[in-house]
Design a protein around this ligand. Structure first.
Ligand SMILES: Cc1ncc(COP(=O)(O)O)c(C=O)c1O
Length: 423
């Protein structure tokens, strides 16, 4: 960063450094910016050290201790060949899924992936180039990329408010997709809870989604990676819990809940035999989860018996960590919302309530056509909404220490003061 802004930020640099030291509260330990940059962090490493990064969905907390110990033990063993998930890990995963679905889940239904983006691509490929993929927008960009790379894509406009599902628009959009596919498959890439608005879809909304898909023979792919981070008192409804004959693919991982996104492990569960065979064949990439990722997932499941399937009765070290994280995130969200409402007025408004995730969706249209760029030039990096299908919006990641959040919010306030003076 150069120019007047860089000079203005020099004054805060020293204070920022001391304020943003590593911190810990209850079960959580927050890495300092130096610690993050030193360890190959995409979130922190891509920028000048004066910039506060509140962008990619990666938290700043150290992973739960049992995870760190499992990864360290695997690393010490010195065996780094190809791996298969162990039978006990597979049992633990399906037991957890079974508990959250309220019925047995077979180990045969599981397909492992090195992350959820490959899983999204597998789902989209089921439609094929002549079929159609329906993507609810605004949405985490790989949903749109997977759909457009594999097939014809139709967007379902959810609005930016994180509000209730418009069922008649859902029906209309699915009808349009079926007509576009003209006999080929249609896939709905659903996101529950939704990134970026944080909407936790209510049971009746999930039932409507499953019902409308089933009646048109549309494949429902439900990405449930955020289900462990519900901040408000809203029950999470996994698609697998519903009493429906929809062709369903459920995909999830521990990456967001336990802050292990770089360990590359995720999985899909597909009950329907025919669909599962097609799903398994939809990518012959042989992309596999990492050894460290499998060990980490094992530690999470062993430690609390539930892992990413958070409907499991809580116990154990990882569950205590997750609960502390949810409390911290709720407090950070409330702080950010109050601050932005107080300091930014109508220049930058909270678009959706973020009842889950650690992402705050903000309407920044008054900051110009590229608000992400505008803010980054003023020392704070948020994800620009354009790739989510929502130009003029930005997404703020609040999975950080309170000190980092406060510094980021101050810079956002400074940007708004400057924007107002230019009006
Ligand atoms: C809804 C959703 N799906 C999938 C992913 C990808 O997750 P991962 O790369 O950890 O597998 C993300 C990441 O932010 C996400 O928000």
């Amino acid at each position: 960063m150069r120019g007047p802004l860089a000079l203005a930020l020099v004054g805060v640099r020293h204070a920022t450094r001391t304020r943003l030291r590593a911190a810990s509260s209850a079960a959580l330990e927050w890495a300092s910016p130096e610690h993050r940059r030193k360890h190959a962090s995409r979130k922190w490493g891509r920028f000048d050290e004066n910039l506060i990064p509140l962008w990619v969905a990666d938290g700043d907390a150290l992973a739960p201790l049992p995870v760190r110990e499992a990864v360290a033990a695997a690393s010490k063993a010195g065996i780094y060949g190809y791996v298969d998930p162990s039978a006990s890990l597979l049992q633990a995963v399906t037991a957890g899924m079974g508990r959250s679905w309220g019925r047995p889940v077979s180990t045969d239904w599981v397909r492992w992936h090195p992350g959820l983006i490959p899983a999204l691509y597998h789902c989209a490929r089921l439609a094929g180039p002549k079929g159609c993929v329906v993507v609810p927008t605004p949405v985490y960009p790989p949903f749109l990329n997977a759909a457009k790379d594999a097939s014809q894509c139709i967007e379902l406009d959810l609005g930016n408010e994180g509000g209730p599902l418009d069922e008649s628009l859902l029906r209309e959009t699915l009808d349009k997709a079926v007509a576009t596919a003209d006999g080929e498959d249609v896939v709905l890439l659903w996101c529950n809870p939704h990134n970026p608005t944080g909407r936790v879809w209510r049971r009746h909304e999930m039932e409507a989604v499953a019902r409308e898909c089933a009646s048109r023979n549309v494949i429902l792919a439900s990405d449930e990676v955020w289900s462990g981070l519900i901040l408000d008192d809203v029950p999470f409804t996994p698609a697998g819990l519903l009493d429906t004959d929809v062709r369903l693919i459920s995909i999830t991982s521990a990456s967001k809940t336990y802050n292990v996104a770089g360990l590359d492990v995720a999985f899909a569960v597909v009950e329907d035999d025919v669909l599962r065979r097609r799903y398994f064949r939809a990518g012959r990439d042989q992309a596999e989860p990492s050894h460290a990722g499998l060990e980490a997932l094992g530690a999470i499941l062993d430690a609390d018996g539930g892992g990413p399937c958070v409907l499991t009765p809580p116990r154990g070290a990882c569950e205590a960590w997750r609960r502390a994280m949810v409390d911290h995130l709720r407090a950070n969200r409330d702080t950010a919302v109050a601050f932005l409402e107080r300091e930014c007025g109508d220049l930058l408004t909270v678009a959706a309530p973020a009842e889950s995730t650690y992402l705050l969706w903000l309407d920044a249209r008054k900051l110009g056509a590229s608000p992400g760029l505008f803010l980054s030039q003023r020392g704070v990096y948020l994800t620009d909404g354009a790739a989510f299908g929502a130009r003029g919006f930005v997404r703020l990641n609040f999975c950080c220490s309170r000190a980092v959040l406060d510094e980021g919010l101050e810079r956002i306030k400074g940007a708004c003061v400057e924007a107002r003076s230019n009006l």
